[in-house]
Design a protein around this ligand. Structure first.
Ligand code: B3K
Ligand code: ZN
Length: 900
């Protein structure tokens, strides 16, 4: 096991490999408790690097034998180090043979080779390969792999690895073997094997250039009827990458394998993607519209990595956003295109709305998870400068903010310019391990543009604040917009420099329509204009305006910044009603709601009655009942901002006050608008068999939201509708939507509904995850009800719960710690003791999962003094435990040191 107090690894310490491995031959004799791995490495001296011994990493594995060029090395040529072995090699090349023994049954970390439901699976990113065999386990060591697997035929009839199957057959003793060869050099983090009892859904399709390829989705027997959507998503992804970027599948076979025990979402191993079953399995009765959407996007994400990540990979782990930010951007564009295309049948406006709804979803995630991270003790640039445990840096910053940075390049260079940059990137770097600078250099070169200042986005942490001030001069009929930017200090970065911030601007006239824009000399007259803020303060003058306009800034969320507006309530209501940019229209509604919620929280703090302003209710009603707007958009606009986001917006985070405010607002909007909600509910029923389609999904989302507000407000007819919907549902979106409404109400029938649901899905692990998550995240609408913590403790003892399964941990504990702040932060501090107990119990089994759970309290210094005192004690308690993993140690240390 790795131990705590790992030293920080620095980006500036990068040294090229002294020895390249040009071929690796791996042989696995798979056994649950004693797997023997034999490897043969062909090493070649790297003339471009300083001379050094061959450095092989190894962790928790037993070395049985090691030879150099067929002989035992001299004792002084080999040295055991804290993280592996160093071998002094002579000459220009050498062949190393190594035998190791590992015990997959004891591997509870789910990193390296492990067992899940009797099958063997691997997870090697970031540093899992060293838990399988000794190897230069770093991403710039690109190697050609040949892999032979031997296993019991009865328990593991299917033997898979990367690339092409070149041989297979029976062996003595009820065993069999398969040999796989991957024609493309790859880093060890992309290695994978699967040996299990699975069945596959298969399709043969042609690539754009006419090559036939075999696609397989491997699942457990009995789940084939849930594999179709993943297969369709894979085919759509292939087509999209061919059409959008001219990128084709480069292998004869591409496999997706679903596994029940997996630390994260999925993994892009070359030709053998391994997925958390949550992101593969779907049928109408078990998966919601959101599950369908997530599956499509995760399948696409992993498939897109084949080019952005695998063919061109990262030089070192600091460059992680090179592949992750870019691939998230690609999957976001793909999903927007897919949704837009499906919605096209309803007209152009429906397609645009579907795309906007996708953008809103993405920004919600960014604002909730990434802005909080950027403001807390773990704040880091999208390309960090140091880390203790790389697995802690698969963050919202590296992924989501990284994707926003790529999106800004796309915005600044245009789709064609961006594509030219991508083409150049592949032409220069295919088959290489490169840096973020290499990528941005290609964008710059292909477009003849200086992107030096833009590179600051890679190095500066923290969310920039942009302010806007407008001044209208009636005499000159001009409007001057003055923008400023400022990025607050973050740990280790006291000073920041101005960034390149693309700001998409529109100006709205008094009648609510967009005005043609004339910006100084540039006389296009378009209604949305991209301006580039590059200095701390800059002014832009718009001319030929007969009235003072209402500005609509950062349209489409053109940069990942916090836009501080001094719009008053009336202006927000005006933009809620008129902004032609769907994103900004939604954003105006969210800002208005935020303002009302924070005022209600202040009322609660002062002991004043909580009264929702009529003007807000009217603006909300107008938007909700505007039939010109798509149901999906209305559902987005009428959903309140996330609680975690609102906590960040409070000067002092106080979960109890915030919850009181949110409950008051939901009751008011549910009650005062009950007729409107009931009408919407009736009008938007979806008839016919379930199909995954944005038009239907939007209607279902709006109806479920109606039930949620009505149930919260205790409106009798709403509760009846929820009961009726729950009593006869044939798709999970409606079933779970109704259940969620009932559970989030004071209605006593909630328990019976939970039982019914449990009985119906008792054998379905993925659906039970929803059941756990719903209860852990529930609000207490009935003041007499017991604290949710009691229920969470009880559910941990439920026979269907298992602390060994990450999905269960995220569903029950993750939902409680992250999605239910008011219940987690109980005034007596019992939530924090429970949190510390769980972090410590998890850390002994699975540090990656423990560290994710640990992060739930990292922003503790933002909370009230009472909360800070109690959390501080538990953070210290966790920190004092001997043998803490470096994963959890890094999080707790940073939380204790870098508070704000
Ligand atoms: N690359 C993997 C994530 C690996 C996480 C390692 N702790 C999935 C993805 O981003 O596609
Ligand atoms: Zn990824």
């Amino acid at each position: 096991m790795k131990t705590e107090n790992a030293p920080s690894i620095l980006r500036s310490d990068y040294v090229p490999l002294a020895w390249r491995i040009d071929h690796l031959d791996l042989h696995f004799n798979l056994d649950p408790v004693a797997t023997i791995v034999k490897s043969r490495l062909r090493c070649v001296r790297n003339a471009l690097a300083p001379a050094a011994p061959l450095r092989l990493f190894g962790e928790d594995i037993e070395l049985l034998d090691l030879t150099v060029n067929g002989a035992q090395p001299a004792p002084d040529a080999i040295r055991r180090t804290a993280d592996g072995i160093e071998i002094a090699l002579e000459g220009e090349s050498a062949e190393i043979e190594i035998a190791t023994r590992i015990d997959p049954s004891a591997n509870t970390t789910l990193s390296g080779l492990y067992l899940s439901r009797g099958g063997f699976f691997t997870q090697c990113e970031a540093e899992g390969f060293r838990r399988i065999t000794f190897f230069p386990d770093r991403p710039d060591a690109m190697t050609r792999f040949t892999v032979t697997l031997e296993a019991d035929t009865a328990t593991c009839p299917v033997l898979l690895s990367n690339g092409n199957l070149i041989e297979q057959g029976p062996l003595d003793g009820g065993r069999h073997y398969a040999r796989w060869e991957d024609p493309f050099p790859k880093p060890s983090y992309l290695f994978a094997l699967v040996a299990a009892n699975l069945v596959s859904l298969e399709r043969r399709v042609n690539t754009a250039s006419g090559r036939e390829v075999l696609l397989q989705v491997w699942v457990e027997d009995g789940n084939l009827d849930r594999a179709g959507h993943a297969m369709d998503s894979l085919i759509h992804s292939m087509r999209w990458d061919e059409e959008t970027f001219g990128l084709e599948l480069d292998l004869d076979r591409f496999m997706i394998v679903a596994v029940s025990d997996f630390n994260m979402g999925a993994m892009e191993n070359k030709g053998l993607n391994i997925f958390n079953s949550k992101y593969v399995l779907a049928k109408p009765d078990t998966a919601t519209d959101i599950d369908y959407e997530n599956i499509e996007s995760v399948v696409a994400h992993e498939y897109f990595h084949n080019w952005t990540g695998n063919r061109v990979t990262c030089r070192d782990w600091f460059q992680l956003t090179l592949k992750e930010g870019l691939t998230v951007f690609r999957d976001q564009q793909f999903s927007a295109d897919m949704l837009g295309r499906m919605a096209e049948a309803g007209g152009e406006a429906a397609a645009a709305s579907a795309r906007a709804v996708k953008r809103i979803d993405d920004v919600r995630v960014l604002r909730t998870a990434q802005f909080a991270e950027d403001a807390g003790p773990m704040a880091h640039p999208i390309r960090p400068d140091s880390y203790q445990e790389i697995n802690n840096f698969y963050t919202a910053t590296v992924y989501e903010k990284g994707a926003e940075v790529i999106r800004m390049l796309h915005t600044l260079l245009g789709a064609e310019g961006f594509r030219n940059g991508m083409d150049l990137y592949f032409s220069y770097h295919d088959g290489q391990a490169v840096t973020c600078d290499d990528f941005v250099d290609c964008m710059a070169e292909a477009n003849g543009r200086d992107l030096d200042q833009f590179m600051r986005w890679y190095g500066q942490a923290g969310t920039p604040r942009v302010t806007a001030q407008g001044h209208y001069d009636a005499e000159s009929r001009s409007y001057t917009l003055t923008l400023t930017q400022h990025t607050p200090p973050t740990p280790g970065q006291p000073e920041k420099l101005p960034l390149v911030i693309p700001v998409a601007v529109g100006l709205i006239g008094p009648d609510g329509t967009d005005l043609p824009l004339r910006l100084q000399a540039d006389n296009h007259g378009a209604t949305t204009k991209l301006i580039e803020l590059t200095e701390a303060e800059q002014s832009f003058e718009f001319t030929d305006l007969d009235f003072e306009p209402v500005p609509s800034l950062l349209r489409g969320f053109s940069a990942p910044v916090i836009l501080e507006l001094d719009d008053d309530d009336a202006r927000l209501a005006f933009r809620m009603a008129h902004d032609s940019d769907a994103f900004n229209r939604w954003d105006a509604a969210q800002r208005y709601a935020e303002r009302v919620i924070l005022a209600l929280a202040a009322d609660a703090a002062a002991g004043r009655p909580l009264a929702v302003p009529d003007a807000f209710v009217s603006a909300f009603r107008a938007l909700l009942t505007n039939d010109a707007l798509d149901p999906a958009f209305r559902a987005q606009a009428a959903a309140l901002p996330a609680e975690a986001y609102l906590l960040e917006r409070m000067t002092v985070a106080d979960p109890a006050l915030l919850r009181a405010a949110l409950m008051a607002l939901m009751r008011e909007l549910g009650g005062a608008l009950s007729d409107e909600w009931l009408t919407l509910y009736r009008k938007h029923e979806v008839t016919g068999p379930y199909r995954y389609h944005p038009a239907d999904a939007g209607r279902r989302a709006l109806r479920n939201l109606a039930l949620k507000y009505l149930a919260a407000a205790g409106v009798g007819e709403g509760l009846e509708r929820a009961h009726a919907q729950f009593a006869r549902f044939d798709n999970m979106t409606e079933g779970f939507g109704a259940l969620a409404a009932l559970v989030n109400s004071a209605n006593p029938a909630r328990e019976a509904a939970l039982d019914t649901f449990h009985r119906r899905y008792r054998d379905d692990a993925l659906v039970l995850d929803k059941w756990f998550a719903l209860q852990a995240g529930a609000w207490r609408w009935n003041a007499e009800a017991a604290p949710v913590l009691e229920r969470v403790r009880r559910l941990m003892g439920d026979p269907d719960f298992s602390i060994e399964n990450p999905n269960k941990v995220y569903a029950l504990l993750g939902s409680f710690f992250r999605a239910n702040p008011a219940e987690f932060h109980l005034p007596d501090g019992s939530g924090y003791v429970f949190w510390a107990d769980q972090v410590l119990a998890l850390d002994r089994r699975n540090p990656q999962v423990a560290s994710r759970v640990a992060r739930a309290l990292e922003s503790w210094r933002r909370f009230t003094p009472e909360i800070r005192d109690r959390v501080g004690v538990q953070l210290e308690r966790v920190r004092s435990v001997v043998g803490l993993s470096p994963d959890v140690a890094e999080i707790i240390d940073k939380a204790l040191q870098n508070g704000r």
